[in-house]
Ligand binder design. Structure first.
Ligand code: ZN
Length: 652
């Protein structure tokens, strides 16, 4: 069990909760490492407004008004109406805008239009941001429909079949253009014969200017130039303290990219970044992920700064060093094994700062760069975020969830003792050797599995991890203390796949997300195959369903059998069988069970979405103005941090 007095919990409002994360071992980093972390962290915070504006074009204006109310409203802050306003404000700040970060629906304010007007009117006018001679009344009548009309800008990203997914999405990556116009604009921008294609449109907005469709590029002197200049300023400081020549070259390229907006330079930067495997401090910073663009072209701005978790990385090194042993002993057919397998050099890191689209909701793992040809020719970096996972894991241990759904006290104890370790090891096996294992039969089309490719690929990597975590080799390599730790991993996997993961699905809906389909498919497949021998049992006590594993070693063999079959499906491109496994075991939800699980979950009063406050990194200066140390101060005031960022990092 992780003995830990650190206070993780910070705040909870409706479906969102906020935690803190810890920076283990930060004090023992070198001064140079602390300095570069500090400068890169300032760069990470400086791009905040870019994301806010990308999410929706009136987000910053709305946020400034809400911030003014939070700071300067002189009236009663204890009334119920003010409290509902406060919840709205917290949720909007969490979502980086007025649309829910996950569902994409516009957030519903719980207070009235007239109350909103009253709040604004009672503030000293000088504390409001009024643009172009706008009066207070004009500000109110401008913002009110945007906040209160459910239909107006109702969805951040609209993917509904038949919709114009560009024109009907509120996201500000496009303006006054429709899907056809954007597709026409980008048609022919990629040369299919170019082995090193750029990602066209990645760092720009497309809008109509004087009736013509045009790109506005994000760069110094261009769109978002004032915020980008701040990022550049901090990157220049980081450049001075960079630890290696490769790191220096890489930061220089990133600065050049921000100055020019040239996507060739972005690729050059990424090639250096992907090669830079030795630096103990690392970061991402740029226009990277395209999830928020309905067309998948344009990236939102994001950044993290991190440093290596030396202890945990020892674990992934042991796994990678034994990659060939795992491949040789795997239960898949010999012709689909790799003769020479090199595990992926996954690192375990600790986050030191989250920014842009990674704040406050953090990723749990990072696998970049995205350009396929760079991944192939240079490689990629795969990292898991130890301190963020720990915060999730430790806070989930006192919240009643485990006690509600575990089948008995022995299981609860096992998870409390080994849950963190076995989860981490599962992830490492999945990432370092699972995805890297196996090969295609000659002539198999790598895209043969089409829409079933991702859940099946995730299943393959999960099954590899599940099969090996119960292997005596784990104890021999010193990765697990005993077999009970592996049992904890099986308990969690089956409980999640058969019961609890559907708390994230709305009643009447199917499972759609690839990882969730994979977990459901594996759990239901082994449940069915082991039914005659009662390997895994689903039973009820007082109308509540539970899962119990009666035979762990038999279950391991079933995982091995399914791994063999899914590897065959992938190697041979057997679309029909891949579809059958996914559709039969991974997609459907039993409505009675679903209703039961949802109501048990609701009674626990937990928030499904988690965000984090960042620590403050405070440089210590000597009399010559040089940094002599960087101190970590943990923050436990969520709203305070948001207001602080609004005051100090608002550059648009
Ligand atoms: Zn995976």
């Amino acid at each position: 069990m992780t003995k830990d007095d650190f206070k993780y919990f910070v705040d909870q409002f409706e479906d969102m909760r906020v935690l803190r994360y810890k920076l283990p071992g930060f004090e023992s980093l070198t001064l140079q490492q602390k300095k570069i972390i500090y400068y890169l962290s300032q760069a990470a915070l400086s791009g905040r407004d870019i994301l806010w504006d990308q999410n929706f074009r009136f987000n910053i204006e709305i946020r400034k008004t809400i911030e003014a109310i939070l700071e300067f409203y002189p009236g009663d802050k204890t009334s119920d109406e003010y409290k509902t306003f406060l919840i709205y404000a917290k949720r909007m700040l969490f979502a980086n805008g007025i649309h829910h970060h996950y569902s994409n629906d516009k957030l519903k304010p719980g207070f009235s239009r007239s109350y909103f007007a009253k709040l604004i009117k009672e503030i000293d006018k000088n504390n409001l941001t009024l643009t172009n001679g706008q009066t207070v009344d004009e500000l109110i009548s401008f913002l009110s429909p945007i906040i209160f009309d459910e239909k107006l800008f109702g969805r951040k990203v609209e993917q509904r079949a038949g919709a114009d997914i560009v024109a009907e999405s509120a996201i500000n990556l496009y303006e006054d253009v429709n899907q056809k116009e954007v597709e026409a604009f980008y048609a022919g921008k990629i040369d299919p014969n170019d082995p090193h294609p750029i990602s066209p449109g990645l760092n720009s907005k497309v809008a109509k200017k004087n009736g013509k469709v045009a790109e506005e590029v994000y760069r110094s002197g261009g769109l978002y130039g004032t915020a980008i200049d701040q990022i550049i300023m901090w990157l220049e400081k980081a450049l001075i303290v960079a630890e290696s020549d490769i790191r220096k070259e890489e930061i220089r390229l990133l600065i050049d990219f921000y100055r020019t907006g040239d996507l060739k330079i972005w690729d050059d930067f990424n090639m250096f970044w992907a090669r830079d495997n030795d630096s103990e401090v690392d970061y991402i910073n740029g226009f990277i992920e395209t999830y928020s663009d309905p067309l998948g072209l344009k990236a939102t701005w994001e950044s993290v700064v991190d440093y290596i978790d030396t202890e945990a990385t020892k674990r992934t090194r042991i796994i990678t060093a034994n990659a060939q042993w795992f491949e040789d002993n795997s239960p898949i057919q010999p012709q689909y094994k790799k003769e020479k397998v090199t595990g992926v050099a996954a690192k375990v890191i600790n986050i030191a700062m989250l920014g842009g689209d990674c704040y406050p909701v953090s990723p749990l793992g990072i696998n970049l760069p995205n350009a396929n040809w760079i991944r192939k020719e240079i490689g990629s970096k795969s990292v898991t975020l130890a301190n963020i996972s720990d915060a999730y894991e430790i806070t989930s241990q006192g919240n009643g969830f485990l006690e509600e759904f575990a089948s008995d006290q022995a299981e609860v104890d096992r998870i409390k003792q080994y849950g963190s370790l076995s989860d981490a090891l599962h992830t490492d096996l999945h990432e370092c050797v699972g995805h890297a294992s196996g090969r295609l039969r000659d002539g198999t089309d790598p895209n043969a599995l089409k829409n079933y490719a991702s859940p099946l690929e995730e299943a393959r990597a999960d099954l590899f991890a599940l099969y090996y975590i119960m292997d005596p080799k784990m104890i021999e390599l010193g990765l697990l203390p005993d077999e009970d730790a592996a049992k904890a991993s099986y308990d969690t996997y089956l409980r999640n796949g058969l019961l609890t993961q559907i708390v994230r699905i709305k009643p009447g809906k199917d499972i759609e997300e690839a990882h969730m389909r994979n977990r459901s498919a594996i759990a239901h497949w082994v449940y069915e195959k082991g039914k005659a021998e009662n390997v895994v049992e689903i039973f009820k006590i007082e109308e509540k369903s539970y899962v119990r594993i009666n035979n762990y070693s038999r279950l391991r063999i079933l995982f091995g059998e399914l791994l063999k079959e899914i590897q065959r499906v992938k190697s041979e491109g057997d679309y029909e069988e891949g579809k059958r496994i996914t559709e039969n075991y991974g997609v459907k939800v039993d409505p009675h069970l679903h209703a039961e699980i949802l109501s048990r979950y609701e009674n626990l009063n937990l928030a499904p979405y988690t965000g984090f406050v960042n620590p403050m990194l405070l440089p210590v200066y000597n009399t010559d103005g040089e940094i002599t140390d960087v101190k970590v101060e943990y923050v436990d005031d969520y709203l305070g941090q948001m207001l602080d960022y609004g005051r100090n990092y608002s550059f648009l």
